[in-house]
Design a protein around this ligand. Structure first.
Ligand code: C5P
Length: 324
């Protein structure tokens, strides 16, 4: 018998949001037997959000199980059951032992295929919303365990803040002292880059499949962790790193111009975000970020430029979505 899925509050729909991530440090190690690479990363959640509404659908309603995606780049997002939010909903629905019909609405706020975990944020928000809607009462740890089954970055999109990521990125340790705020400019590129293709390009550049490359161990991020505990944005900017950047630049050489434009505009540091092609420019404060955004925008090297800041919280339910 399917379980009764009426929620404790009797809600028929729940909306949750989840943030984009950036990697302040992204160290990539060996290709593993399971097709993933060992990572040593410092994640930070930034103020760009995916919004996901999961709703119970009445039995005779035609839009059963539909996935509707709106916002910038929505046409590039699958609306079948391979959609990461749909996979999250399906996972919890089967765990709840219900065949309740659930519709999913996604409003994109994170660049699609941009190296900022937009799809992972959809999965994270969908997990949090479905947990509430079905009254499952899974705690953070249980949700993060489900999240890890959906993608390497999904647990962090649930957790938010700033965290050390190891394994394939799914094993998290919070960096509680990394509170110093950061203001940055996000430069979106024309087109996206596929994460597996960028990892494969890095392996190729390293000379052999699975290119032998040891991670330096957690010590490799100590200067960054120490800098994040202080309040000097220039010191933080001096120790940012992304092993995937050469691979993204090799696949999309035009990104060099974007990085140059940010440097010429006076940003403290510019780098490719994760697997790219989005570029990030770290600034001293909000005023500088506004100036850098204007100048990069004027050069025409980016499809779109946005301002953001971090850290921000992880995925959470919005209680009055119509008011926000
Ligand atoms: O975990 P996620 O589904 O986001 O990963 C997408 C792809 O990125 C993987 O299939 C893999 O090719 C690559 N990847 C990797 N090493 C990681 C994370 C992702 O090689 N640690």
């Amino acid at each position: 018998m399917p379980r009764d899925v009426s929620t404790p509050a009797g809600a028929r729909a729940v909306t949750a949001v989840a943030p984009a991530k950036i990697n302040l440090h992204l160290g990539v190690g060996d290709l593993r037997a399971d097709g993933f690479h060992d990572l040593l990363t410092v994640y930070r959640a930034v103020d760009l959000w995916e919004r996901v509404t999961v709703a119970l659908v009445d039995g005779d309603d035609a839009d059963d199980d539909e996935v509707v995606v709106t916002g910038p780049g929505a046409d590039q997002v699958p609306t079948d059951r391979t959609n990461l939010a749909a996979r999250a909903v399906d996972l919890l629905r089967s765990e709840a032992g219900t065949d309740a019909r659930l519709s999913i609405r996604i409003v994109k706020g994170v660049p699609v295929a941009g190296g900022m975990a937009g799809g992972s944020a959809d999965a994270a928000a969908a997990l949090v919303a479905t947990d509430r809607l079905l009254g499952l009462g899974l705690g953070r740890a249980a949700l993060e365990e489900r999240a890890a089954r959906l993608g390497s970055d999904v647990p962090f999109c649930i957790r938010g803040g700033t965290a050390l990521g190891t394994g394939r990125g799914e094993t998290l340790a919070p960096l509680l002292h990394a509170r110093a705020e950061q203001h940055l400019v996000v430069a979106l590129a024309d087109g996206g880059l596929s994460t597996p293709v960028v990892f494969a390009e890095l392996d190729r550049l390293r000379g052999e499949p699975g290119g032998a490359r040891e991670l330096p161990g957690a010590g490799g991020v100590e200067p960054l962790v120490e800098a994040l505990a202080g309040d000097d944005p220039a010191r933080v900017a001096g120790v940012l790193a992304n092993d995937l950047e050469p691979a993204a630049l090799s696949l999309m050489p035009a990104l060099r111009r974007t990085l140059r434009a940010g440097a010429e505009a006076g940003a403290l540091h510019g780098m490719v975000s994760g697997s790219g092609p989005t570029c990030l420019f770290f600034c001293a404060d909000r005023e500088q970020a506004i100036a850098v955004a204007a100048e990069v925008s004027e050069t025409g090297v980016a499809r779109e430029v946005r301002l953001t800041r971090g850290p921000v919280a992880g995925a959470h339910v919005i209680d009055n979505p119509q008011q926000t």
